[in-house]
Design a protein around this ligand. Structure first.
Ligand SMILES: Cc1cc2nc3c(=O)[nH]c(=O)nc-3n(C[C@H](O)[C@H](O)[C@H](O)COP(=O)(O)OP(=O)(O)OC[C@H]3O[C@@H](n4cnc5c(N)ncnc54)[C@H](O)[C@@H]3O)c2cc1C
Length: 289
């Protein structure tokens, strides 16, 4: 039960939502699916007067147009899974949606944009969006603007959302590519300890074909922000990785301060990062032959 008086707003216009958010500033929060916000209010971790519910703004769809996937702020993981298969690299979003460990309840309630706005390092969405070079669509008192995902995620629980701004959606380009994803978790019902998304040029294309940067792997849940690694410096002429120990050392050196939480200490995350990266890369090769 939420024990404080709270005003629920469900605006039908984006401008109204932004005006509410702007005028109440620190006393208001956006409600996506509520999987994080509502329990935090129940536990008294947040002291708010207003909740701005996005459900009547028509932002609940995930659509594919001209090789791009646009995910609205209110699109849940279940909405993504109910949509036709996303083409190319965009299918990573459906893989993440299908693997959310909270089961149907969380998949029907939680949103991709809510996860992005919350930016919990131990979640998959931030790194998936960085791996896909997603564009974040933001709307605030000054109107609409966009930001690349890599610049949007600033730190643990910290994103580039300015006063009165909300995230209206994300867009990812659905490029043809070989994709491999790996999620390490303690148990079926556990959150990720480490994730890796490998994106390689399509089979047969040169490593540095236009629009590609060779093999790129984005690590998630390892640090406060996603870590995007271009593997070109470590691959041999045939595109192979060196020995496991060398890869582990190379990856570990690029982690900086690893993320710690109740699931795993930072040292463990640093230790497993190389293995998770290798597995994603292996899957990108094996699953896209
Ligand atoms: C049991 C359980 C299991 C889970 N398992 C996984 C897992 O395996 N992998 C994984 O990656 N994640 C997992 N999650 C996390 C889940 O992905 C997030 O809880 C969910 O996506 C958050 O979305 P939401 O719409 O419910 O956000 P909300 O709870 O509504 O909001 C979260 C925060 O973001 C803000 N916000 C929401 N939408 C917007 C917006 N459009 N603009 C600006 N601010 C906004 C809110 O004000 C709030 O601060 C799990 C969660 C639970 C509870």
């Amino acid at each position: 039960m939420i024990r404080t008086a709270l005003r629920h707003h469900a605006p039908t216009e984006l401008a109204e939502a932004v005006a509410l958010l702007d005028s109440h500033a620190e006393r208001a929060a956006v409600l996506g699916g509520g999987t994080m916000l509502v329990p935090r209010l129940t536990r008294g971790e947040l002291d708010l007067d207003h909740v701005i519910d996005l459900r009547r703004l028509g932002l609940g769809t995930a659509t594919v147009t001209d090789g791009r996937v646009r995910v609205g702020a209110r699109a849940t993981y279940a909405n993504l899974l109910a949509a036709p298969a996303f083409p190319g690299t965009a299918q990573l979003l459906q893989r993440v949606a299908g693997g959310i460990t909270g089961g149907p309840q969380i998949r029907c309630q939680g949103t991709v944009c809510g996860s992005a706005a919350y930016a919990n390092p131990s979640t998959e969405v931030p790194a998936a969006l960085v791996a896909l070079d997603a564009t974040m669509h933001l709307h605030g008192p000054g109107g609409a603007r966009t930001a690349p995902a890599a610049a949007f995620f600033l730190d643990a629980y910290k994103v580039d959302l300015r006063r009165g701004e909300l995230l209206t959606g994300v867009t990812v380009a659905a490029r043809p590519a070989r994709l491999g994803y790996c999620k390490l978790k303690l148990a079926e019902g556990s959150w990720p300890i480490a994730t890796a998304a490998a994106v390689l040029p399509p089979a047969g294309a040169a490593d540095h074909a236009p629009g590609y940067r060779g093999a790129v792997v984005t690590l998630g849940a390892i640090s406060t922000r996603p870590i995007k690694l271009d593997l070109a410096p470590v691959l041999d002429d045939a595109g192979r990785l060196p020995g496991d120990a060398d890869v582990d050392e190379w990856v570990a050196a690029r982690i900086g301060e690893p993320w710690e939480d109740e699931l795993a200490p930072g040292g463990y995350r640093r230790m497993v990062a190389g293995a998770v990266l290798r597995r994603a890369l292996h899957r990108a090769h094996e699953e896209n032959r």
